[in-house]
Design a protein around this ligand. Structure first.
Ligand code: IPM
Ligand code: MN
Length: 338
């Protein structure tokens, strides 16, 4: 296989530290990569005044994958306006590279709050309330109006749902749950439900369920074993995956893949957690989420055996406490288990 070219955005805070461990493990798994570093994030923005230059985005289209650590300013800092990096970098990459699936697997550790949780959430990643539809009227006046609509195209919803059915059909339990709020969001919910039923008819081997998003929060805590694959919209997926991450043993373990399943460009792999400036440079950052995200990258790039070995090592390692090991020692430990 030709050596894949990986764009590396270490980013801010603990981002570069956890990314270094992820790359260490990729190398230990025997996969050679061509690495191209991109200096992006809050610090880069403050230095250059640019969040994501157009020429950089264009160059990235030619990569095989992107590995991202974390981007964002320290909590409480006011130098970077809220939303600037989120919309200008993370969401820009998700939208412009058409990363329409955000895949987040959860396999709970034995001591996690929800030890029975073993599921994958397929989050629609380019539409919904994240699309940026809306605006202000009379901003700053007593009569101001702010709207923030939810964009749901049949095309966008259907392709995400189809990915979820395909994924579910490859897993032992072959079960897919649609999570929405069809009882209140009657327009978007109706479109999602109809698309779910129509695509579901193409996958007779996959059993289907529907849960409202609020009830899903209860079930995730009280009956997590009911979930195999979950498919949901962008905002519900954002919220549910923080909950699932915490229930599965902590956000330090939660990995994600922003996928362009059509492979018209690179997909992006990142831990669910943020830049955690408070522990940057202390060696306390847990690199397991970044390492697991890198395993998802290997799988998507066509190295399923190596990916499996890394994922298995992370699961085994996470089953016991390693609070005495620092960030780079954890990377060494996992590398030694591959
Ligand atoms: C995530 C994050 C992002 C999101 C933010 C940082 C834009 O919370 O990846 O879950 O809301 O999708
Ligand atoms: Mn989130």
């Amino acid at each position: 296989m030709p050596t894949p070219t990986i764009g590396v955005i270490g980013g801010d805070g603990i981002g570069p530290e956890v990314t270094a461990e992820a790359l260490k493990v990729v190398s230990a798994a025997g996969v050679a990569i061509e690495r191209v570093d991109y200096d992006l994030g809050a610090a880069a923005y403050l230095r250059t005044g640019d969040v994501l230059p157009g020429s950089v985005l264009e160059e990235m289209r030619g990569l095989d994958a992107i590995l991202l650590g974390a981007v964002g300013p320290p909590v409480g800092s006011t130098e970077v306006p809220p939303g600037l990096l989120e919309r200008g970098l993370l969401l820009k990459l998700r939208f412009d590279l058409d990363l329409y699936v955000n895949l987040r697997p959860f396999a709970a550790t034995p001591t996690a709050p929800a030890p029975g949780l073993d599921c994958a959430v397929v989050r629609e990643n380019t539409e919904g309330t994240y699309a940026g539809e809306g605006g202000f009227l009379r901003r700053g006046t007593p009569h101001e109006v702010a709207t923030q609509g939810s964009v749901n195209t049949r095309f966008g919803v259907e392709r995400c749902i189809r990915f979820a059915f395909e994924l579910a059909s490859t897993r032992p339990r072959r079960h897919l749950t649609l999570v929405h709020k069809t009882n209140v969001l009657t327009f978007a919910g109706d479109l999602w439900q109809r698309a779910f039923d129509a695509v579901g008819a193409e996958f007779p081997s996959v059993t289907r369920a529907y849960n409202h998003v609020d009830a899903t929060c209860i079930y995730l805590v009280e009956d997590p074993g009911r979930y195999d694959v979950v498919v949901t919209d962008n905002l519900f997926g954002d919220i549910l995956t923080d909950l699932a991450g915490s229930l599965a043993g902590g956000i330090g373990l939660a990995a994600s893949a922003n996928l362009n399943p059509d492979r018209t460009g690179p997909s992006l792999f990142e831990p669910v957690h943020g830049a955690a400036h408070d522990i940057a440079g202390t060696g306390k950052a847990n690199p397991l989420a970044a390492i697991r995200s890198a395993a998802m990258m290997l799988d998507f790039l066509g190295y399923p055996d190596q990916a499996e070995r890394v994922t298995k090592a992370v699961s085994e390692y996470a089953a016991t406490s390693h609070s005495d090991r620092n960030t780079s020692q954890v990377g060494d430990d996992i590398a030694g288990m591959i």
